[in-house]
Design a protein around this ligand. Structure first.
Ligand code: BDP
Length: 682
């Protein structure tokens, strides 16, 4: 049990249902669905011979007469939805999985398997389901040399060097795992893109990957480097308004679609962190996106344009820059452009308020971008279930069109009636046997797919669902009980009460709130916490950067008052004196130290909970998780001690009564360096 099988383990079940699967048509994807059902059923029987009286299971699309004749309510279930129910077929009681398209049948097959493995009786299963979001997309930050930026699970699974001649069978397992949770798009290369990925040899390689993904309902996308016309085409400019540039991209798009006929489109990071973009020529992000959109339009392609930018518009507050730059562009994007917005205004911190662009660009479909890989939450060593974090963002109310205008409704298009919709997750997948660098990081891949399918899904239910399949139904509840508070624990021991961006320079590993010497002010942790002898926190009210004004009125008012903002975003929006009185009693300083201690204690609790599960978990996975939890506890303490030592050096205050002194000196914590920490950009 090294974790390779993910949540698709299909272990023996008591009362295992025997299935006689019949595919109603010869389609490749429907055949895959049949094979998945047979494979699962064989696993449930645990090698026992197939039962003589197996349950009939008919699967297929409305294109087959057998399914069409059943007249199932598929009209409203769209391209990817499905129905599972019992019916009488030729006078015989039969389970049916039916859909409008083959991929819906595949999703139905995985849904049936998922339910059986959670203990549902197969003949009680009756489901109608459809995804709420059209593009459910992984973004791989994988470089062509297989280094994965912010990757903590080994090398890239895309072996560009050996492709297209050698196609790793692992890619099939990757596609299958994605399909099992509804993911239907993958961007194969890093947003910090090389133009090389658009050359003919690399397109042939990408085409070989696309061939593997296709039958599993996954479309291939590539990140495009905006200056490729210069680097590959020998043009003098990449100015989107230059007709030669537009012509180059049109020809390139034609070439890409010749290589990959169902290619999805381009993801673009422009004018951000050194990447080229339209702003280099005085053109806007809309000019750039629309030029590309015109190139891909004849092929039905999509441009996903990222809003993660740094701009000089708001030098006083980096968190304001994307809104200032993009909001005026609402209504200016072509209708095959999606703008991709990170969940928060800064950068995938353990906690941020939702990005103020959600709800602020009603005419533009916005993709929510989440980071599955844990760049800022302890890499793949710390156990942090992110389903709760993403759900917190998706259920946040933007108040854009009054109460109930949640981020989920912005993203699924229902608030403004957009049909082109998407959710993207920065993948945590690599060549490690367990795919994600740890067993529990698989849960984040899983929860991402399931939340992209249904942004209103309950993260606790998803945790139980994952645990039942990954371990066993018997431990689903206690494993989920470990997962649910785990992300708050990370917030508490790293960046409590709304603090952010206090990690070590470059690699983002470990605490470094003291860093103040980096070239750009907004790279420095001190820029974010602004602690001095009197207080701590970033004033984003009118007396400060006024970032609160980027939110809808009722929210802006709530955020602007330290008494109503709530503790989660307290120091995100406010600079407060150390002796500020907290609603819980005592001072801000006392509350801060209490949060650090609470975070460390929560990891101790997780360790104890895991130990109690020893009899129910296989030895191999039990041990690796135990080892990682020990590291996490040590590192949580390090975060707490280093942070407390630093804050006391600034505020000169004694430790609150009962709080332990840091184990080491501030100088010691400052002296630590990690030149070989994994996943760094390069
Ligand atoms: C930051 C990462 C950096 C990415 C960037 C992005 O540190 O490696 O390139 O986001 O999203 O969080 O483009």
């Amino acid at each position: 049990e090294d974790g390779y099988d993910l949540w698709l383990r299909h272990r023996p079940l008591a009362d295992a249902p025997a299935l006689a699967v019949e595919a109603a048509e010869a389609d490749a994807t429907v055949r895959l669905a049949a094979r998945e059902l047979e494979r699962a059923a064989a696993g449930w029987r645990g090698g026992a011979a197939p039962a003589v009286s197996a349950r009939a299971l008919l699967i297929g699309t409305t294109a087959s007469p057998a399914i069409a004749a059943l007249r199932l309510p598929l009209a409203k279930l769209g391209e990817d939805g499905f129905v599972i129910r019992s019916a009488s077929v030729g006078g015989r009681a039969t389970m049916v999985i039916a859909a409008n398209r083959p991929v819906g049948v595949l999703y139905g097959a995985f849904a049936l398997i998922r339910r059986v493995e959670q203990g549902e009786a197969i003949d009680r299963i009756a489901v109608q389901d459809r995804p709420r979001v059209a593009l459910r997309m992984l973004n791989h930050w994988d470089n062509l040399d297989r280094h994965v930026e912010r990757g903590y699970a080994g090398q890239s699974i895309f072996d560009w060097w050996r492709l297209p001649d050698r196609v790793d069978p692992r890619l099939t397992d990757y596609a299958r795992a994605n399909a099992s949770i509804g993911i239907n798009a993958a961007v194969l290369n890093n947003v910090n893109a090389k133009a090389d990925s658009l050359t003919a040899p690399y397109l042939a390689k990408a085409a070989a990957v696309a061939d593997v993904l296709r039958p599993w309902g996954i479309r291939t996308f590539l990140s495009a480097r905006f200056s490729a016309p210069i680097e590959l085409g020998g043009l003098k400019t990449a100015d989107p308004r230059d007709p030669a540039v537009a012509a180059w991209w049109r020809a390139k798009a034609d070439e890409v679609w010749r290589a990959i006929p169902d290619f999805g489109g381009f993801l673009v990071k422009a004018n951000s962190e050194g990447q080229p973009g339209p702003r280099d020529y005085g053109a806007s992000h809309a000019d750039g996106a629309n030029m590309l959109a015109a190139a891909v339009r004849p092929h039905g392609g999509t441009v996903v344009w990222r809003a993660f930018v740094y701009a000089d518009t708001d030098p006083a507050d980096r968190a304001k820059q994307a809104w200032t730059e993009f909001r005026p562009l609402d209504g200016k994007f072509a209708d095959n452009v999606l703008v991709q917005v990170k969940n928060g205004p800064l950068d995938f911190q353990p906690r941020e308020p939702f990005h103020p662009l959600f709800g602020a660009m009603p005419k533009t479909p916005l993709v929510a971008e989440f980071q599955i890989t844990k760049e800022y939450l302890g890499f793949s060593t710390h156990l942090a279930y992110l389903g709760t974090m993403w759900s917190e963002v998706l259920s946040a109310d933007t108040f854009a069109k009054g109460k109930g205008s949640t981020v989920a409704k912005v993203v699924d298009g229902s608030l403004e009636g957009h049909r082109l919709t998407g959710i993207a997750g920065v993948a945590n997948i690599g060549t490690d046997r367990d795919w994600s660098g740890s067993i529990f990081d698989q849960a984040n891949w899983y929860a991402f797919g399931r939340l992209a399918w249904d942004p209103a899904a309950d993260p606790a239910a998803l945790a139980r669902e994952w645990a039942a399949q990954t371990f066993s139904p018997a431990v689903a509840a206690p494993v989920a009980a470990m997962m649910m508070p785990s992300r708050q624990a990370v917030v508490d021991y790293m960046t409590p009460l709304g603090l952010a961006h206090l990690m070590g320079t470059g690699h983002h590993y470990g605490p470094a709130p003291w860093v103040a010497d980096l070239a750009r002010p907004e790279w420095n942790p001190v820029y974010y916490h602004r602690a001095d002898a009197r207080g701590i926190g970033f004033d984003r009210t009118r007396t400060g950067s006024d970032a609160v004004a980027q939110y809808a009125r009722p929210l802006a008012r709530r955020f602007a008052d330290p008494r109503t903002v709530g503790e989660d975003y307290l120091l995100w929006f406010h600079h407060l004196p150390w002796d500020y009185r907290m609603p819980e009693g005592g001072t801000l300083w006392q509350a801060l130290v209490r949060r650090y201690d609470r975070g460390v204690a929560a990891v101790g609790t997780m360790r104890a909970q895991w130990q109690a599960l020893r009899p129910d978990i296989d030895a191999e996975r039990f041990r690796v998780v135990s080892d990682d939890l020990a590291v996490q506890e040590r590192e949580a303490r390090w975060w707490r001690d280093a942070s407390v030592a630093y804050w006391t050096s600034i505020n000169g205050l004694p430790l609150p009564a009962g709080a332990a002194a840091p184990a080491d000196t501030l100088d010691h914590y400052k002296s630590l360096s990690f030149p070989y920490a994994p996943g760094q950009g390069k």
